[in-house]
Each structure stands twice: as structure tokens, then as C-alpha cells.
Design a protein. Sequence first.
Length: 320
Amino acid sequence: MQSKLVAAKDYHKVALDIPAFVPDQAALQKELDRLRNPYVTWKPGGAVAAGDMVRCSLRSALPRFQKDSIRFVAGSGMYNPTLEALAIGMQAGESRTATLPEGEVTLTVQAVQKRVVPALTDEMAAACKLPGVRTVAGYRRYLLAQQRDKAAAQAAWTLAARIKRAVLDESVFVLCKADWKQAVERELDRCRAIARQSGMVLEQMTPEQFAGNIPVKSYAELVAMTQDTCFDSLRCCLLGQHYAQNDGFAVTEAGYRGIPPPKTPRSMQPHGTGRCIMDQARRCCSSQTIRVGFSALMRRARTVNTRMVSSVKTTSHTAR
């Protein structure tokens, strides 16, 4: 390879706006309420309120609303929102009529069961048998930690992409056209091999055949996209070599073949040409160096990730 890296942007100095963690209080309360569901009881009597179990009869010229006895939870929307709303405020023995789009329906309340929700107790939290959870406060901390971990995981890949983009854009390279053309041709060869496995010829594929596999409509578009992608791939490879040398890693073809590919979450796996720059570079350049480069950038992202998880209030930060 004749291309070379002249000056590398220090990824430690990439300025990042780390998103502040904001707890989803509605989701938190929903989970706390679910903890009490097994302990809910019912008692008879009183006027119907939202959440009460209602047993009633329906009378109508419409067969589907001709019922001697039917049960529903008022306000749940699980049966018929209009009839459920009609029942609210009624007591056993009372009748009301509603006009539906299909016709009139008369509802007579036969019985009302009031939902009794107990207060949340430490015993309920302990019954979940979650590691380290013995109290309601502990269960709340557990739920908040789950939310923080999820938010951090979602933010980590976005931050990693920003770091990669900044490093690529702010580093200085001398690129050889022959290296770039070789990377493009290798990637197109890979696509040709995949097309052949499906019984297709890459250069003759139709928009319908590309759909769902590669985000292009023709071979010409694929070539253009690959040329653009491999421009970044080549630069990523040079950065990978730079990081490998700094880490004292010696690159050999035999060593590359002997190391299994990195495990990538299914949601982050590339779905067609050009979907993941780092994966493209690894395939095009056939060297372990790009993995080293990716690992270096991800170490930076994981550092950011850890800081976001451990802090609820985080503002714009330049990593040191």
C-alpha cells in the first residue's frame, strides 16, 4: 500500500456533547404498578369508576350487542370505549342508552366490582427475587439502573460514529488512487460473490433484486456508493495501522486469518454494502489493523458510555 497517514487526530481530544440521562418517570411508575398487580383484590358495590369490573346486560336490535350478561373493565378500552364510558357513574340496577354508529344499545348494570390496589411494600419487591432487590427503594434503583444502561447503550454507538467521523475528517492523509481502486474492486468482488450465491449476476441485478439487500437501485449506483465508502475505508485502514503500531501490534496475513471476527450486536451488523464503514474497511483491506483501529475508537466510546451511566447530570464535555 502506497497511501499513508501524515497526522492522526487524537481521538481523546474529540469534543462530545454527552446526552444527559433523564429518567422516564411514566415507565418507572408503570413498572412499579405492575409489581402490585398480583396482589389486587375486588370488592362489590358502589358506583362504577374507571378500572372497576362491570357485569351488565345489553339490549339492542343489533345481534352483536344483544347480551344477557357480559363483563368488562370500565375505561380499559378493551371492549367498547363508548359503552365503557357510558357505564361510569352507574350503579347496579341502573340502565342507560347509547347511540353507536351501528345503532342504539341499552346497558343495564347488574353488578360492580371495585378494584382494590394495595400499597407497595418491601415484601412485594423482595418477591421478585431480583439480585440485590429487597425493598421498594431497591427495586426503584434497579429500574433506574436499567433505564440508564439502555440509554447509555443507545448513545454509545452514536458517540462512536461521531468520534470516527471527527478523526477521519481532522486527520491528514496522502492517498494513492491505486489503493483506493483496489479497495473498491475487492468490495465489488465480495458483492458479486454474494449475488452468485443467490443465482444472480451483480451487474444485471434489477431494482427489485437490490431492494432489501443493498440501498441502491442499479449496479451504477452500487459502484458510486462503494467508491464513496471505500474512500473512508482506506483512511480507516491507515488509522488502524497507526493505532496498531502505537500498541506494538505486528500485522500479518496469517495472524489476521487466525483471529475470529469481532462479535457485533445484531442491530449493528451491516445489511448490505456501505452500511458499516469499519466492517467495509476490514473486508476490503484484509488486515487485522482495522480491528485495532475500531477497538481504539470504541475504547473512547466506552469511556464516554461509562461516564454517562454514572452521572445523571452531564453537560458538554471534552474528554481528556
